[in-house]
Structures are given as structure tokens and as C-alpha cells.
Write a protein that binds this ligand. Structure first.
Ligand SMILES: [Zn+2]
Ligand SMILES: [Zn+2]
Length: 315
């Protein structure tokens, strides 16, 4: 089943009438991950139609309010809905203390466990969340306060089964075909056996996504985005504000495009737009001069992650 990215808020610092504070949802097989959680995230989640009860983990880039203040509201609502499943919250050192200091949000008052995974400043790059089917890695980026970016990668899936060939080789039962599909060897009483590689096509790569928010353009951002199908990169400013962008720990649209280009990303979505821009159109234009497959992230739009045809992209 397809994996979707849904931007919930694309504003920087303060909301506008058109744009909400930073948060992006990843929806996969009926489960939800959230990257950043600015104030208003729970309303945007409702409006997106994604089921908030399915939230498994929340990944916070840093402790600026526009990325963080919605966390308390989301946890509070899940408590009022009598959630029982545990929730993982990944964020910088101090995340647990900040959330638990809100009256009513101490873990012992909640009907579910919150497992905080905190990362200190300049932590070594590492996997911060993993299931049988995918992983999320984090590494520090370059902002005015400790900040991190994330990389989501699905694990490769077994190749397609050539059922006809499998039957010809003697795998006549459903049970045999299922085992071969899982990559298991099937042996028969007469000593004959079928190895999975005889009947399975090549492994199918999973999809990948990088989330790089408040940062100057940096090597860590490029590494996070290396070869991803979709890169969501901040582009707070256009080129005319390059100096201000550098000083405030942000990126221009053109700088984001260079990161996408250097990383060999499949597609670039810009986000985190300064309130000075009524529309992100000029930022997209600037970025497209360097990386043509760029668009402005549209709030509540569903972007399907497609494993891209690498040959077509490099041609
Ligand atoms: Zn921000
Ligand atoms: Zn910030």
C-alpha cells in the first residue's frame, strides 16, 4: 500500500490566514507519524481526514514554538479519547520536561505511556525509530538552537514471485507459494527442494522521505536527503533575503534546491515560508532554476511516495 506525505502547516514562525504552523504527516498502512507539531496541528490533522488515533510517533526537530507547541494539545486530546497504546516522542533534550510541566500531562496522569527519546546537542547520527518495515534516522542540522532533520526509509520488500515457474518446479500447494514469497526454501520428501532465488524477482526497494526544517543549507541536510524519493526542505526566504536567511539559521529556496540537486533527490517540496511572502510562487521559481522538480508544499494535499525510476531520473 502506498505511503503518503501530507503537509499540515507550511508557515514559518507565525501563522498567516493562508498558512499554518509547521507539521507534516506521514500516513502508511493505516498508521501515522508526525514530523513537527506546531500549534494548531491537531486541527489540521482533523481537517486532513487522517485518523489521529493511529499516531505512533512524533518527531520534533527543535524547541522553537512554531514546531513544538502543538505537542501538548495532541497528547491532551489523545488522553481525552482514552488512548491506551504507547506513543513515542523523539526530540531534543528537554522535550519530556517541557511537555510534563504542563498541568495534566505528567505521564502518571495519562491513560497511555509516552516514551521520550531525547537527543543531546551534536548527537551522533542514529536510528531513532524502527519497525520491521521501515526506519527513521536523525542527524543534527545547523540552526540557532539544537535542531535535527529526519530520514524515513522503507526496508526492501521481497521480489515478485513467478508462480508459474514455482508450480513447474513442484510447488503445487498454496503453502509452498506463501513460503517462497517470504523468501523461505521449500523442501520435499523425495529430497527435491526449491530455493527462493529460483522463483523470486529482484528485491523491490522501499520508498524514502527526508524532512529537513530550520537550518542553514548544510552537509547533514544533504546526507539525510541522499537519493530520497521526496525531500521536504525549508525555504524560509527568497534570494533577496539571503543574508538575513544565513544569519537566522534558515535557507533560501535556491539553497534548498542545491541540497536536493547535490543529494540526488527525486522531488523537492519547499515549506516554512516567511509571512512576508503572500504566495510561495517566486520561491518555487528561483528553486526550479536549479532543481526543476520543485513545488511548494500544499497544506492537506496528499503526496504519494513512488519508488522512482532511477534510470529515467539519471537520463
Ligand atoms: Zn521554524
Ligand atoms: Zn526554528
Amino acid at each position: 500500500m502506498e505511503t503518503q506525505i501530507v503537509p499540515l502547516g507550511t508557515a514559518s514562525a507565525i501563522p498567516t490566514t493562508e498558512r499554518h504552523l509547521a507539521s507534516t504527516a506521514l500516513w502508511r498502512k493505516g498508521r501515522l507519524l508526525l514530523f513537527d507539531c506546531g500549534e494548531g496541528t491537531q486541527m489540521r490533522l482533523l481537517q486532513s481526514g487522517l485518523n489521529r488515533a493511529r499516531l505512533d510517533a512524533l518527531f520534533l526537530t527543535h524547541h522553537h514554538g512554531d514546531h513544538f507547541y502543538g505537542t501538548m494539545g495532541v497528547i491532551s486530546t489523545l488522553a481525552l479519547l482514552h488512548r491506551e497504546e504507547p506513543l513515542v516522542v523523539v526530540g531534543p533534550t528537554g522535550t519530556e520536561e517541557a511537555v510534563r510541566s504542563m498541568p495534566g500531562l505528567a505521564n502518571d496522569w495519562l491513560p497511555f505511556d509516552v516514551e521520550y527519546r531525547e537527543l543531546p546537542e551534536d548527537f551522533p547520527p542514529q536510528t531513532v525509530y524502527e519497525t520491521d518495515e521501515f526506519s527513521v534516522a536523525a542527524r543534527p542540522v545547523e540552526h540557532r538552537v539544537p535542531c535535527m532533520g529526519f530520514r524515513f526509509v522503507e526496508k526492501p520488500r521481497p521480489g515478485h514471485l513467478d508462480a508459474e515457474k514455482a508450480r513447474e518446479l513442484g510447488a503445487t500447494e498454496h503453502e509452498h507459494l506463501r513460503a517462497l514469497k517470504r523468501g523461505e526454501r521449500v523442501a520435499f520428501e523425495n529430497g527435491h527442494a526449491i530455493a527462493p532465488e529460483e522463483v523470486l524477482g529482484p528485491e523491490r526497494p522501499g520508498v524514502s522521505f527526508a524532512y529537513v526544517m530550520d537550518t542553514n543549507p548544510c552537509e547533514a541536510g544533504r546526507v539525510l536527503a541522499e537519493g530520497v524519493d521526496l525531500l521536504l526542505h525549508e525555504a524560509t526566504f527568497a534570494e533577496d533575503q539571503e543574508e538575513r536567511s544565513g544569519k537566522t539559521g534558515h535557507s533560501t529556496a535556491r539553497e534548498a534546491a542545491r541540497v536536493a540537486e547535490d543529494a540526488g533527490a527525486g522531488r523537492l517540496l519547499l515549506s516554512h515560508f516567511s509571512a512576508r511572502y503572500d504566495t510561495p510562487a517566486p520561491l518555487v521559481e528561483e528553486a526550479q532554476e536549479i532543481f526543476p522538480n520543485t513545488a511548494a508544499a500544499e497544506e492537506l494535499k496528499r503526496y504519494v511516495l513512488d519508488p522512482r525510476d532511477k534510470e529515467a531520473v539519471s537520463a
